[in-house]
Design a protein around this ligand. Structure first.
Ligand code: MG
Length: 279
């Protein structure tokens, strides 16, 4: 794969066969994929998807976990419903993550990624050790298949994320750095955050957004280059830290506007990429 290869994120639940064609049409060599509907997870469907990816010349760099019952409506809802932190669903979701890892393996992805949820900021919190143990279990499930695990940034501050990864002590765990999420959740300046977790980054979402204006609410996402991230500075810093992995555009809307925004983001990133690689 080329350094800083451009890519795009497909949402959880999307028909991957249709979307792979679209990814090719838009001119991307890589893709991160959400979990597809169950009909696309049979042996036959996986073979068909592998063939479609090969024909399109598109490489899957990550499969993103997603679970029934998750909602990103506002911060308290995310806290209650997202990832492996909520205790009530932890066991069944870990099992489901195993199925997702197998799917990732079967379609040739080197890793899975996850919004693990709101990890406690304080290590003395009694809920913290079980969260570490959960990450260890997830890392071992993926590790048994020779896959990595990437934790999506957003819900926790960078020092907490770094400590969490260190405490789990598994060498297949890294970070899928989404700079907009840090802004949307008000969890810290993303460019400063790279000082803490920059060396752990194995993937990134090129996404932009504005800070929240009310307690408990999320900020709002914008087209790339129109939010508060400072995408050129972000990508440049990541590059200077040694990152050469894919730059995966994420735009969490649907329809024609999504395609327009993705293509605009692609042009913006192509400029930044050309500048960095020719320097
Ligand atoms: Mg993201």
């Amino acid at each position: 794969m080329d350094p800083l290869a451009l890519g795009v994120m497909l949402a959880v639940g999307e028909n991957p066969l249709e979307r792979v064609k679209h990814v090719k049409q838009m001119g991307f060599p890589t893709v991160q994929m959400g979990v597809p509907p169950p009909a696309f997870m049979t042996e036959e469907a996986k073979a068909e998807l592998r063939a479609a990816l090969a024909e399109a010349g598109v490489t899957v760099t990550t499969v993103f976990c997603g679970f029934e019952g998750e909602s990103y409506a506002d911060i308290p809802t995310v806290r209650r419903t997202v990832g492996l932190v909520p205790k009530e669903t932890r066991g069944e979701r870990l099992e489901r993550a195993g199925d997702i890892a197998q799917f990732a393996k079967d379609i040739g992805s080197p890793r899975i990624a996850i919004h693990i949820g709101f990890v406690p900021e304080e290590p003395a919190d009694p809920e913290y050790p079980p969260c570490v143990e959960t990450l260890q279990k997830l890392a071992d499930i993926a590790g048994d298949l020779d896959l990595g695990v990437a934790l999506e940034t957003g819900q926790e501050t960078a020092p907490t994320l770094k400590r969490y990864i260190e405490d789990a002590a598994r060498d297949n765990v890294g970070v899928n750095f989404d700079p907009a999420n840090m802004i949307l959740y008000g969890s810290g300046d993303p460019i400063e955050a790279l000082d803490h977790v920059g060396q752990c980054v194995v993937g990134t979402h090129c996404k932009d957004g504005k800070w929240p204006t009310e307690e408990g609410q999320l900020g709002h996402e914008t087209p790339l280059g129109e939010g508060d991230v400072g995408i050129e500075e972000f990508v440049t810093k990541l590059y200077n830290l040694g990152y050469r992995g894919p730059l995966t555009i994420e735009r969490e809307i649907t329809g024609d506007q999504q395609t327009k925004d993705i293509l605009m983001a692609k042009e913006l990133l192509e400029g930044i990429r050309a500048k960095l690689l020719s320097a």
